[in-house]
Ligand binder design. Structure first.
Ligand code: SAH
Length: 215
């Protein structure tokens, strides 16, 4: 549990910057979360490369530069209450927790939620709560949110999530057919509607309805 050495950390941050992650607060947050803790087994030694890697339940931890670009697009402030849909390893939620006041993260696999919860406790993050739930319905009991980040691809921005955004709030979500190329979209809730902006092409696992079975 030593974390990356100074050279490895410098390379990690350099890769982020060269892919367009330029926001200082986001870079500082990512510098402060050891990705090696969120990757297990034989893949742990590749944790500081700019690669997506396999995690439990057939899911993946996103590429660090994609985590950075999505976090940057979300425009998180220290006052924000944030919902993440798709806990996966918990890495993205941990980065958000260093930028926001409060983070809720949901996944359809109880096993991933339990593992993320344990990691948050181990690294001393007390403002992030992991919950097993179908995030395509949002998290009504904690709504509304200032920011919503979806880390699985939907065919359209899910209606319940749009409804759980505060006016002025922002949602970042990959949109497209599940296996084809998807587009990262930023949805902003205005006083009287929504504004949509395309950010970049991405590739994510699909947002599925209902809970998953561990194993
Ligand atoms: N953000 C994660 C990576 C997400 S991978 C990280 O930092 O590691 C996408 C995750 O979305 C998977 O864990 C998958 O189980 C979850 N997912 C897919 N559909 C979902 C849904 N309807 N509700 C909640 N989670 C969902």
């Amino acid at each position: 549990m030593t974390g990356p050495g100074p050279d490895v950390l410098m390379q990690f941050l350099y890769a982020l910057r060269s892919k367009g992650v330029t926001d200082k607060a986001v870079l500082t947050a990512m510098e402060g979360v050891d990705r090696g803790r969120f990757v297990r087994g034989i893949f742990a030694e590749r944790a500081y490369e700019d690669l997506p890697l396999p995690i439990a339940c057939g899911q993946t931890i996103s590429q660090p530069s994609v985590v950075g670009l999505m976090t940057q697009a979300l425009e998180v402030t220290p006052r924000d209450k944030v919902l993440e849909v798709g806990t996966g390893s918990g890495y993205q939620a941990a980065v958000l927790a260093r930028l926001a006041r409060r983070v809720y993260t949901v996944d359809r696999f109880p096993q991933l939620v339990r593992a993320a919860r344990d990691l948050f406790a181990e690294i001393g993050l007390s403002n992030v709560t992991a919950i097993t739930a179908d995030g395509s319905r949002g998290l009504p009991e904690q709504a509304p949110f200032d920011k919503i980040l979806v880390t699985a691809a939907a065919e359209d921005p899910p209606g319940p999530l749009m409804a759980q955004l505060k006016p002025g709030g922002v949602m970042v979500v990959p949109v497209g057919q599940s296996d084809a190329v998807q587009t990262l979209i930023r949805v902003r809730r205005l006083a009287d509607g929504y504004d949509y902006q395309e950010i970049r092409p991405v590739r994510f696992v699909p947002l599925l309805e209902g809970l998953g079975k561990d194993g």
